[in-house]
Design a protein around this ligand. Structure first.
Ligand SMILES: [Mg+2]
Length: 267
């Protein structure tokens, strides 16, 4: 565990918010390898579009900055970039549907394997995920899941990984009307409903958005910089982004449970 801000933790953590994809779940790992080429293909096909390679870089940049928000925001941005290149403006939901169709094609075997038992949840869980939610639950901390993925899929995939029982009734994801959900909204609701000060909140995430949202609320933000391929050690690129977003600490996964516990609760 790399501690960036020693003063962040208060020892009075009441609620903890987890991002889902890339933070606990690896079912959708590799989604960037679907979204980025697809967006590059659309951009380079626009009347004023650049080469596939330059549009790939452009897409990668804005996809990354919007990671953690609902997928529709990346598609809204794509539509803006298309129109800026003289292309036709379409309903961004069409981009989202096509992206999601391609993604599901790639990850379908994971979902099926988890459902029929051919694949064990541990293969698609960030190491130590079950242990950390058990530790927090055992301490009486309220844990929440907030994901930019459509809520229906978050519920399904949390169940496939055996995590749903820990988050009962506290799982939030994207809605059809995207204005009805944001991670910032979930955080605000947690603080209001429990009459909490921001310092009593902590969050774990692998994206810009949740780290920024937690910090804006006055909470402690821990960046999860898992190397998704090796499932061991730090992904340096993620680490740098998460520090830039304001993370108070960086972990490769949840295996150093005792250290994380000490950081959040003192002792
Ligand atoms: Mg994530």
């Amino acid at each position: 565990m790399e501690i960036i801000n020693k003063l962040a933790a208060t020892g009075k953590i009441h609620s903890v918010v987890f991002d889902f994809d890339g933070t606990l779940s690896l079912i959708r790992k590799g989604w960037q390898e679907i979204m980025t080429p697809y967006f590059a293909e659309v951009l380079s096909g626009a009347p004023g579009g650049g080469s596939y390679q330059s549009e790939f870089e452009c897409a990668r940049e804005f996809i990354d900055l919007l990671t953690g928000k609902q997928t529709i925001y990346q598609c809204i941005k794509l539509n803006e970039e298309v129109t800026a290149r003289g292309g036709e403006s379409i309903d961004p939901i069409k981009y989202k549907n096509e992206y999601h169709r391609r993604l599901l094609e790639k990850i379908d075997y994971r979902r099926k394997g988890l459902a029929d038992g051919g694949i064990k949840p541990v293969e698609y869980l960030v190491p130590g995920s079950v242990e950390i939610v058990e530790m927090l639950s055992g301490r009486g901390v309220e844990i929440y899941l907030a994901s930019g993925t459509d809520e229906m899929y978050v519920l399904q995939e949390a169940a496939l990984l055996g995590l749903d029982k820990y988050f009962k009734g506290r799982i939030y994801g994207a809605r059809d009307d995207y204005r009805l959900f944001s991670k910032a909204m979930v955080i605000r609701r947690i603080l209001d409903d429990n009459d909490l000060h921001g310092s009593m909140l902590a969050g774990f995430g692998d994206g810009y958005v949740e780290i920024e949202n937690i910090k804006e609320a006055g909470g402690t933000a821990i960046g999860v910089a898992t190397d998704e391929e090796k499932m061991e050690g730090i992904d340096e690129w993620k680490r740098i982004r998460l520090i830039k977003a304001g993370a108070d600490a960086i972990i490769p996964d949840f295996k150093q449970l005792f250290e994380i516990e000490k950081y959040l609760f003192g002792g």
